[in-house]
Ligand binder design. Structure first.
Ligand code: FE2
Length: 374
């Protein structure tokens, strides 16, 4: 072997190690996938790499192409009519040197024609015989994928399979954890005079806002959990106040205001939940400093807490209490907007506004009627 070849081979092994490090670096698979595609492209020295994931529900291979702000999803059936489908159908590596003369080319995704694809290398991602996805490598720069390329592609597939297995396991555990915590929080909710499902709705509205703010995968997980746990401290508030079917007196309100501190006593010591704890602890703070329990101001308040504050207030307004009827969502929405920058963070209100307009609750025509009647 010439020294040039040896150097190239070493470089490829180094790239393979880097890919392994990337694949195990985070549980945010969406983030890993994009970077992995770039790394695999370099490793296999080809024009383009696309990783498809198998969706067990729809039984389709899917890939999201992101163009500016738009998402385009390509879906491929598992059958012999396309290259991708055949690879998945037979759970076998597929190496085709002249795809355009192959009948399956006609039914293949459009981008294959757009890049003027010639050679294709498809590797299935399999975990204990179950299909997880397919890696598609297009057009080798050296004309044709070599046996060595295929050997490396198999190693790459092993790493990506492991990363996907970890991700799926984490998602499953996270889901179970949220469900357990949610039923716990709901048990407290039953003590409360709120109508049922407050915890679930606060989580739902928080997620809506979080998505508009383009939070990272990790922040979204923290937000979800903090939203579910935001009133956990109410477990320490006496029933006579919690279950009171009338507005609270000033003294009772002082006791009620202690719930973020009580919540901190319950979950504050859990190290791995520090950001979740802050989201819970500061959800009654206000950017103008008039909130409680600390009177924090502006950026001192973590964004997760500010999101929960809007979601919680919105749900409190639209919920019917024993002593008052819930407001129409449009009125509650206007109320949130009117308190932008004082009670609520500006950027969180903007995100809430964008998210709200996408829901069925947004009915401007109803607002006109309410205004006329009022
Ligand atoms: Fe609260």
């Amino acid at each position: 072997m010439s020294s040039d070849n040896l150097e190239k081979k070493i470089e490829r092994y180094e790239d393979l190690i880097k890919l392994g490090q990337l694949a195990s670096s985070s549980l945010d698979y969406k983030n890993i996938q994009k970077k992995a595609e770039g790394k695999i492209k370099k490793l296999l020295d080809c024009e383009k790499v696309v990783i498809y994931l198998y969706d067990t529900k729809s039984e389709l291979l899917t890939h999201n192409f992101y163009k500016d702000t738009k998402v385009e999803t390509v879906e491929v059936k598992i059958d012999e009519h396309t290259f991708l489908g055949s690879c998945a159908h037979y759970s076998a590596i597929l190496h085709i040197t002249d795809i355009q003369s192959d009948i399956r080319f006609r039914k293949s995704p459009e981008y294959l024609q757009a890049v003027n694809a010639q050679g294709l290398l498809l590797i299935p991602l399999l975990s204990k015989g179950q299909l997880l996805g397919v890696i598609e490598a297009i057009n080798s720069h050296s004309g044709e994928f070599s046996n060595e390329d295929i050997h490396f592609a198999e190693a790459v597939a092993n790493q990506m399979t492991m990363s996907l297995e970890n991700f799926q396991l984490f998602e499953k555990l996270q889901k179970q954890f949220i469900q357990v915590v949610e039923s716990l929080a709901d048990a407290i909710g039953k003590k409360d005079a709120y109508t049922g499902g407050h915890t679930k709705r606060v989580r739902h509205f928080s997620e809506m806002i979080g998505r508009e703010l383009d939070l990272t995968y990790e922040d979204m997980n923290n937000l979800r959990l903090a939203a579910v746990l935001h009133d956990i401290g109410k477990i320490g508030i006496e029933d006579s106040i919690l279950k009171k079917e009338a507005p609270l007196t000033a003294e009772e309100f002082v006791i009620m205001k202690d719930h973020p501190r009580l919540g901190y006593e319950i979950i504050g010591h859990i190290e791995s939940l520090s950001e979740v704890v802050d989201g819970m602890r500061f959800h009654h703070e206000r950017p103008d400093g008039k909130g409680y329990p600390f009177g924090l101001k502006g950026d001192e308040i973590p964004v997760i807490a500010m999101i929960i504050s809007v979601a919680d207030s919105f749900d409190a307004m639209i919920s019917t209490r024993p002593y008052r009827k819930g407001l129409a969502p449009m009125i509650a929405w206007q109320e949130i907007l009117d308190n932008k920058g004082t009670q609520f963070s500006e950027k969180v209100v903007d995100a809430f506004d964008t998210a709200f307009r996408k829901t069925k609750m947004f009915r401007p025509e109803k607002m006109e009627k309410i205004k006329k009647a009022g």
